[in-house]
Design a protein around this ligand. Structure first.
Ligand code: SAM
Length: 405
């Protein structure tokens, strides 16, 4: 139930005091759970997934014409191997994409109407038969996904950090035989069908609770992403190199931008499970498919190591918002709205029901999947409430390491 509340002061962090107008008290929301399953299977045929059963896809396929994936594509289609051995670059490129096309068709089938598929892909450069050229993976995928029936939305350029001293290719300082370096990848964003409508009261509330901060919107909805200074995904391992994993922040942002609490996120090329971790951290359910069995146990272990970090991510988000409000206050541009669940200042009416959640535990399910439980974070109105929430999050973080996998 929503009831009006009047107040004049909030402490939002140890360092911040702001005046606000006061709007609503919190909306009760019982504990809720998300579920997570890994399936070792070929994503070209995901018949186990029903039509329209997925709310968002976040994925990164093996990249055609990048050498590390040659063997895999040759296993998917022996003709690829023949084309590579015959040094027929165009044919190899097209045949590799024909295998990915089968997955894109499956994604269109399993996605709910109005939902999004976000595909991270890089182009390739390669010398075949003495001829160095670009193989434009992103444009090939846009073309085929459009044929399949997806609407392509503006894409994001992810600027990768490269420190390689020998990154420049070609004739050095002599014109005209040098090539610019590929320092970016793409995040292609496709929508299936018309924009989703949120009609019922419950749907509208759920959308409001899943909203993000105004200042996050300004950062996330830029078409150039650079993850300098953000968490790269708690990446401490070598298998990540073998799988060419994307950064945690990439998946986490996309999930928050394009889905709601409780939605189901699918990654058909799940690899080391980054998208699943990001789904857990965002209060979404997830399904990860991979053809390579090596990843199953690995993902479970990664989740166990990751769990203590989840609530730290939420605490950091709160801290960043506190700093934002503080800087607006200094500039005398104080946000004029109040968020009901947390009682802190926010910029727009759309953020007034934004509900942050902390993870309280995770358990194994009989079918080998697992469930994560969350509870709503309450008021962050006073310094004491803020500190209490932080302590609780630290507490749940240390308890979670007891997961027995
Ligand atoms: C670029 S990696 C994905 C990395 C992942 N985003 C991560 O965070 O680790 C591509 C993955 O696709 C898997 N793969 C390739 N072909 C597949 C197929 N037909 N079905 C399912 N998985 C496939 C590979 O085993 C590999 O793990």
């Amino acid at each position: 139930m929503i009831t009006p509340r009047i107040s004049s002061l909030i402490y939002f962090s140890a360092r911040h005091i702001a005046i606000y107008k006061g709007e609503f008290a919190t909306v009760d929301n019982p504990t809720f759970e998300t579920t997570h399953r890994i399936v070792i299977s070929d994503a070209r045929d995901m018949h186990a997934l029903a039509d329209g059963s997925v709310d968002l896809v976040v994925t990164s396929p093996p990249y055609p014409m990048i050498r590390m994936w040659d063997n895999l594509f040759s296993r998917l289609s022996p003709e690829v191997e023949d084309a590579l051995e015959g040094e027929n670059g165009n044919r190899a490129f097209e045949l590799m994409h024909c295998e990915l096309d089968k997955v894109w068709r499956e994604l269109h089938r399993v996605l709910r109407s109005g939902s999004f598929a976000c595909i991270n892909i890089g182009d390739a450069v390669r010398t075949i038969n003495g001829n160095f050229r670009l193989y434009s993976n992103h444009s090939r995928i846009i073309r085929r996904c459009s044929d399949i029936g997806f609407d392509c939305l503006p894409v994001v350029l992810w600027r990768k950090q490269t420190n390689a001293p020998n990154k420049f290719m070609g004739s050095g300082m002599l014109p005209a035989g040098a090539y610019v370096t590929l320092e970016h990848e793409y995040i292609l964003i496709f929508r299936k069908g018309a924009k989703k409508e949120f009609e019922s009261k419950q749907e509208k509330l759920s959308r409001m609770q899943s909203s993000f901060f105004w200042e996050e919107r300004n950062n996330w909805f830029s078409d150039i992403w650079d993850f300098k200074g953000t968490r790269q995904g708690l990446d401490y391992d070598d298998l990540r190199d073998r799988s060419a994993a994307f950064p945690f922040e990439l998946a986490w942002r996309l999930i928050n931008m394009y889905s709601l609490y409780g939605d189901t996120v699918l990654d058909p090329f799940v690899g080391t499970g980054t998208a699943m971790l990001a789904a857990i951290a965002s209060g979404r359910s997830s399904m990860g498919v991979d053809i390579d069995e090596a990843f199953t146990g690995y993902i479970a272990g990664r989740i166990e190591r990751f769990l203590p970090e989840v609530n730290k991510l939420v605490a950091e988000r709160i801290e960043r918002h506190a700093q934002f409000v503080e800087s607006r206050t200094h500039e005398k541009k104080l946000p004029h709205h109040t968020n009901a669940p947390h009682c802190f200042a926010v910029m727009t009416a759309q953020e007034t029901q934004l509900q942050l959640k902390r993870i309280t535990g995770i358990r194994l399910l009989n079918d080998g999947g697992f469930a994560a439980a969350y509870e709503n974070i309450g008021r962050l109105e006073t310094k004491e409430q803020f500190e209490k929430a932080r302590t609780e999050m630290d507490g749940t973080a240390s308890r979670q390491t007891t997961l027995d996998l």
